[in-house]
Write a protein that binds this ligand. Sequence first.
Ligand code: UD1
Length: 421
Amino acid sequence: MDSIVIEGGVPLRGAIQIHGAKNAALLLQCAALLAPGVSTLRHVPRLADVRTMNRLLRHLGCTVEGEETLTLDTTKVADGPLAAPYELVKTMRASVTVMGPLLGRYGRARVSLPGGCAIGARPIDQHLKGLAALGAQIELDHGYVVARCKRLRGASVVFDKVTVGGTQNVMMAAALAEGTTVLENAAREPEVQELAVVLNKMGARIRGAGTAVVEIEGVDTLHPVDHAILPDRIEAGTYAVAAAITGGDVFLRDAPVDHMHAVLAKLEEAGVQLAVEAGGLRVRGPDRLDPVDVSTRPHPGFPTDMQAQFMVLASCAHGRSVITETIFENRYMHVPELLRMGADITVNGPTAVVRGPTRYLGTTVMATDLRASASLVLAGLVAEGRTEILRVYHLDRGYEAVERQLAPLGARITRYHDARA
Ligand code: UD1
């Protein structure tokens, strides 16, 4: 198992390229199932989650080739099992979003329930509610959701809760339904919008994606697509925090600034200097960071996927910051590890009070989930001495070669292929 070792204390300087967005890539991989033939995705990040989705697509009968440019041939899916097994769904919850495309195109799907997840219960009731409203018959069978339909029919769906995956799953199913579907209280994340853009390129008729009301006029067939994936706003945000806390000066090439307003506003509030320049975003860390309160919200609010990273930023600031997590329960698993490195954080239910500035001291820490791992890398970058991060596979789910991104900026960061290096 890989580990990462960081010798902290170096202000990061230079430029890095932001990769394609993980959360868009995963959904576009699913969307390819909606059309017969070969779809091509470009700027695909090299991530463990993308590879897991490829494994699932192969299991379904797709021919998958390439990495950064991915071709997905769905010709043989009709002869496959139309099923997503537990082994794959349990490692990556986004696997449940094959359900909408499979139902829409083939009229049946058997998908394992995701089960408990490290960052909370994460049910899929809203996905199922939406698909049922479109006419799918849904049963639970030995831990699997079995869904069937003749042809889905357009319907009105009001989500009880804003759900990114639920909105995307139902949107994909509705693209091939008969008649018009209206989704209310839809998620407005850029990746929802990106999915709609791609579905429309495939021949779908979707309006309103990126707002809370999405209208989908069903069509009979969709055709394959060739699409370059938008850059990853969470990767960009994470490296912006890295530049800020190390007092560095980093240019984030292709950072999707239009999708990062909430994060950029909080960085500015903390005293970080930002400049939108041609082709990207320049981030300069101040001598002294100010405290900043953050509460996670669905887009365009502050993203939960940046909460752990901002906790490190807050701990480097001079004063008291309050961080509130409203999207997921139990998303503070990075806190005990940050405490071991010297942070002063008190968690009370969804609220964490962070007192800074922390003098981080390097030690051996354990990554527990994707964004928690990112926070440990960030703490390692400012820590005195050597930080060893174990279970880096969590990080590899969402960050392409973090050491190859950070080392050219001056970071002393090394990956070891043996956990006890
Ligand atoms: C997506 C992102 C993930 C991000 C999250 C919230 C992908 C692949 N993943 O995950 O990185 O952290 O959005 O921005 O895009 N919920 C229900 N019932 C449902 C569905 C969700 O109660 O049927 C709850 C969840 O438990 C959670 C909240 O709604 O508390 C938001 O979840 P959701 O937006 O669905 O997250 P994901 O799509 O899984």
